[in-house]
Ligand binder design. Structure first.
Ligand SMILES: [Zn+2]
Length: 237
């Protein structure tokens, strides 16, 4: 009988391992996704800041070209001034020149604002580039290992399951069936140990008579509360 209890304890240990691997089957792909999403997000950020910077550059060039045009127009009017005969025409032309000078000064202050924006965007592009490089480095460092591990998990689980099934064949079919149902329905936990006089699975206090039976290891006991197979812990399992 003690051998059967040992076998049950070994089977539970293998199912614990399977449980940990199943958890990895959820968390590792998540970790991989996060690495990929981080690179995607950093790429999108960089594209956005580069786009904004290019837009500011276009606006700057358009302002410069307007300033240049207005300046040329002023020069042209200045030449015409010397040829003007009437005071009225002179005034009109001078007022036109003054209007263009005001316009240029307005465009120049717009240009200053854009220069500030461009300096800020230049910094942002640098930051976004650094962030993307970091995200790519993190992905490079971990991706291969993660993919390999994810791919191997199913095979690892299969091999542990085969080992567990081999042990199960040495037990009475009815006990195996009970064990299997509890693995399925009781949070992957069919075998529990007595811990400080209580069930290690649910905390239910073990009656003295049951405690003696557990120590004798002469039958398969079940927790009176959670129904799991209750065993006195083996030192070597
Ligand atoms: Zn219990």
């Amino acid at each position: 009988m003690e051998e059967q209890l040992r076998t049950l304890a070994k089977m539970q240990r293998l199912d614990d391992q399977i449980g940990s691997l199943r958890l990895l089957q959820q968390t590792l792909p998540q970790e991989l996704n996060e690495l990929i999403e981080h690179v995607d997000a950093a790429t999108a950020n960089l594209l956005a800041s580069e786009g904004e910077r290019a837009e500011v550059g276009r606006k700057q060039r358009s302002l410069e070209s307007d300033i240049k045009l207005h300046g040329e127009q002023i020069k042209k009017y200045a030449t015409q001034l010397s040829e003007i005969k009437t005071n009225k025409e002179y005034k009109a032309l001078n007022s036109e020149i003054s209007y263009l000078k005001d316009k240029i000064s307005e465009l120049e202050s717009q240009e200053l604002v854009l220069m500030d924006a461009e300096a800020e965007l230049k910094k942002r592009v640098e930051q976004d580039k650094a962030e993307l490089e970091q995200a790519e480095a993190a992905k490079r460092a971990r991706e291969g290992e993660l993919r390999k591990k994810i791919e191997s998990l199913e095979a690892e689980i299969e091999s542990i399951r085969a080992e567990r099934n081999k042990l199960a064949h040495t037990l009475p079919p009815n006990l195996v069936k009970q064990y299997g149902n509890m693995i399925k329905n009781k949070n992957n936990c069919a075998v529990v140990y007595a811990v400080n006089g209580a069930c290690g699975g649910c905390g239910f206090v073990i009656r003295p008579q049951i405690h003696i039976e557990l120590q004798m290891r002469s039958k398969v006991n079940f927790c009176e509360s959670c129904g799991r197979i209750l065993i006195e812990r083996f030192d070597d399992i």
